[in-house]
Design a protein around this ligand. Structure first.
Ligand SMILES: [Zn+2]
Length: 170
């Protein structure tokens, strides 16, 4: 994981002074705020997971708390493959949102035969401008994102956060 300095400031300029908290794009991952918090705990363990419906077998991504096909709430966590191939992609080389240095690469990925999840739209990181090609193999990677303060029973708690992306297999 990337060595990101932990944010000590509690309050509005929480995000390393890069941008204001209202512009924060990352999810609140802690249990008090997020019913799919196990997804983020799995990320911390290096696992890429999602929810599968125990009733109809439907596998949804992103994970949820209710099956989008049969509305059952009986879901279980399943692991997803960590390697995929790039079907197509976009590369933002200028005008990236504040806090995101370009290039911002979003790729449509294919997991191939036998995978519970066939396709996925994901960000590609650790990749230079113009480097990615259609058909390239990419692998799952977890990285730290800025912490965020939340109020839990009148106490301020700093939630460390992580997120995932894919990176080229060199
Ligand atoms: Zn279902």
């Amino acid at each position: 994981m990337a060595d990101v300095e932990k944010v000590e400031i509690v309050g509005t300029p929480a995000l390393d002074g890069t941008y204001i908290s209202e512009m924060d794009m990352w999810p609140f991952e802690c249990q008090e705020f997020n019913r799919i918090y196990p997804f983020y705990e799995h990320l911390r363990d290096g696992k890429f997971t999602t929810t599968k419906c125990k009733k109809c077998g439907h596998i949804a991504f992103p994970p949820g708390v209710i099956c989008p096909r049969c509305w059952s709430e009986e879901l279980e966590w399943v692991e997803l493959p960590q390697r995929a191939r790039v079907v197509t992609f976009t590369e933002t080389q200028a005008g990236a949102p504040i806090g995101f240095p370009p290039p911002i690469i979003m790729a449509w990925l294919s997991f191939g035969e036998g995978s519970p999840l066939k396709q996925l739209l994901s960000r590609i990181v650790n990749c230079k401008e113009g480097e990615l090609k259609e058909g390239d193999e990419v692998k799952f990677v977890v990285f730290d994102v800025p912490s965020h303060p939340i109020e839990v029973k009148k106490e301020t708690k700093i939630c460390d956060r992580v997120y995932y992306a894919f990176e080229p297999v060199k």
